[in-house]
Design a protein around this ligand. Structure first.
Ligand SMILES: [Zn+2]
Length: 116
């Protein structure tokens, strides 16, 4: 079996030319640690560029990615909390404004009843 796109880069994308596989842009997003590692020729199953990551490198980059995701999640939680607190603050200000208007109205009613 022969592949039309035999050059597979480390993120799994396949190319017809090795030069395109070496400069694959998807590796920045989907590659281990956001980088390009290697190119394999699927017709021969040979490594034709770069090197396979070692187990330690895989572990290192997976751990780094896990930490980055955790930081991002914390940041999103913090932003959500801030936005919730801002919302509650605005609701309180609105409630206070309504109460003040009601209070003024009650004073006006009392003044009217007292004959002022
Ligand atoms: Zn790639």
């Amino acid at each position: 079996m022969s592949f039309d796109y035999p050059y597979e880069c480390s993120c799994g994308e396949r190319f017809s030319k090795i030069s395109s596989a070496i400069t694959c842009r998807k590796c920045r997003t989907y590659g281990l640690g956001g980088r390009h590692w290697y190119v394999v020729d699927l017709n021969t199953d040979e490594l034709v560029h770069g090197k396979f990551p070692t187990d330690a490198e895989v572990e290192f980059w997976n751990e780094a990615m896990r930490r980055e995701e955790e930081e991002l999640r914390k940041e999103l939680d913090r932003m959500a909390q801030e936005s919730y607190e801002q919302y509650i603050c605005e609701l309180k200000e609105e409630a206070i404004a309504i109460v003040e208007v009601q209070e003024d109205n009650l004073w006006a009613v009392e003044d009217k009843l007292m004959g002022y």
